[in-house]
Design a protein around this ligand. Structure first.
Ligand SMILES: *Cc1c(COP(=O)(O)O)cnc(C)c1O
Length: 449
């Protein structure tokens, strides 16, 4: 039995129809370096999706490896209630200097979905303990993605992940998300005034008083297909949330850490959320760790004599794991000491121009959108009408399979292909990736039936 067969004998893979593995068995990765993964058969794959958007500075980064190795001989893990350690303290001290002003307190958990659950529970409990127990609903955008646990799934809006579970999810208030490619108001993202915000205003007028928090992926709805919208929307949302005493939860899990060209997506709008969720890039993609960062004001509403029962009684076994903190500190050291973000920003227009040059005139390309090094290519059946392909043809998946044969790990979202590479991607790798991607798109779509 080879390794792939053995894998399938035991392992149920995430976000997969396991029957698909009959045709495309799991690829067994033996080692990795920088942008590249190497399998046991001697093939390599350029990881332009950062292994689900978490790998920030390349695989097996020498500095992060060393930081984790040093830490593991000191302390691997310790209970985090009433105990602490230098890596956690140093990490929060460093992060405090760079998160949006006004965010003061750091709550650890161990994955992005958990950080979202923490934010939702904190928000509700804050209102409960400050005389507003009626504030118990959450507002969210259509097409949002906030994770897979039941609370996080409730505020998500990507039907592929949540539709089936509706009967067991929370009753949330869902607002039509900005859609800059198919803008109803005929505007463009760079010059609009977020005219679509009118939908949000209507919902606040109706439901603002019973709403605890509005949760949003700032600037990019990533899982929806890297849908990018104007920072003006976030500014208007900040103002409206203040007016209605509704918390703004910024889920920066995918877009934080320089993915949009600034350290946090909220920076583009110059806003401070009441709660901010971080994971993925936080540890450079090394370790499952997450943070929910919040204000002194929210923290204070929980601070009381024990008997008052106001504590936040939430915990995860691996809260504040020292190995993860060591990796996360080194990520920040690297970003401070090396011009990584600056170089990524210099390369970002180059990357987009290259994609446009190769693909803009191809008839099945509906939209090419970008921010930072995130670039998405939306395939459509009819360019004029912007009509999508029938999803059952799975063109995106076919392109994905072809690209793997040519050494590129693309993993599209439906028929939206995207690049969300580590910030260290070089121009040579960009050229190479786009060349492969273009040829796969053309091979699949020019020969389609
Ligand atoms: C990935 C992601 C999550 C969930 O994080 P997990 O670690 O996979 O639970 C939540 N929100 C956003 C925006 C994400 O991209």
């Amino acid at each position: 039995m080879n390794l792939s067969e053995k894998d399938l004998q035991y392992i149920w893979h995430p976000c997969s129809q396991m029957k698909d593995y009959e045709e495309l068995p799991p690829i067994i990765i033996q080692h990795a370096k920088g942008m590249y993964l190497y399998d046991t058969q001697g093939n390599s794959y350029m990881d332009v999706v950062s292994s689900w958007w978490c790998n920030l500075l390349g695989h097996c980064n020498d500095r992060i490896n060393q930081a984790v190795k040093t830490q593991i001989d000191q302390l691997e893990h310790v209970i985090f209630a009433n105990f602490s350690h230098t890596p956690a303290i140093t990490l929060c001290e460093k992060l405090h200097k760079i998160v949006p002003t006004g965010l003061e307190k750091f709550f650890f958990s161990d994955n992005g979905s958990a950080a979202v659950e923490v934010a939702m529970k904190m928000s509700f409990q804050y209102h409960y303990q400050t005389g507003n127990p009626q504030k118990k609903r959450f507002m969210t955008l259509t097409d949002a993605y906030h994770g897979e646990t039941l609370g996080a799934l409730s505020v998500g809006g990507v039907d592929l992940y949540s539709e089936l579970y509706k009967p067991i999810l929370l009753d949330v208030i869902r607002i039509e998300a900005p859609d800059c490619y198919r803008c109803k108001y005929g505007k463009t993202r760079n010059t609009c005034h977020a005219e679509c915000f009118i939908e949000t205003e209507k919902s606040f007028a109706r439901f603002g008083n019973e709403t605890s928090a509005f949760i949003i992926e700032p600037l990019v709805q990533a899982a929806a297909g890297m849908k990018i919208y104007s920072p003006v929307y976030l500014q208007k949302l900040r103002t409206l949330c203040n007016e209605y005493n509704v918390h703004l939860i910024a889920d920066e899990i995918a877009v934080g850490y320089g993915r949009t060209g600034k350290m946090f997506a909220c920076n583009h709008a110059g806003i401070t959320p009441d709660l901010m969720c971080l994971s993925k890039g936080l540890t450079g993609g090394y370790m499952p760790t997450a943070l929910t960062v919040t204000t002194q004001k929210i923290y204070d509403a929980f601070y009381a004599d024990y008997q008052e029962g106001k504590a936040f009684m939430h915990s995860h076994t691996y809260c504040g794991n020292p190995l993860a903190c060591a990796a996360a500190i080194e990520v920040l050291n690297i970003l401070e000491e090396e011009p990584i973000l600056q170089t990524a920003n210099e390369n970002s227009a180059y990357f987009t121009n290259l994609i446009k040059h190769e693909l803009e005139n191809f008839s099945y390309i509906g939209d090419i959108r970008s921010i930072g090094l995130i670039n998405a290519i939306e395939l459509v059946k009819d360019r004029e009408r912007k009509t999508p392909f029938d999803a059952s043809y799975r063109y995106g998946y076919q392109i994905y399979k072809k690209a793997l044969q040519k050494g590129l790990l693309l993993r599209p979202l439906g028929d939206i292909l995207y690049f969300n590479p580590p910030l260290i991607m070089t121009r040579d790798d960009m050229k190479k990736a786009i060349k492969i991607c273009t040829s796969c798109i053309k091979e699949v779509l020019e020969t389609k039936t």
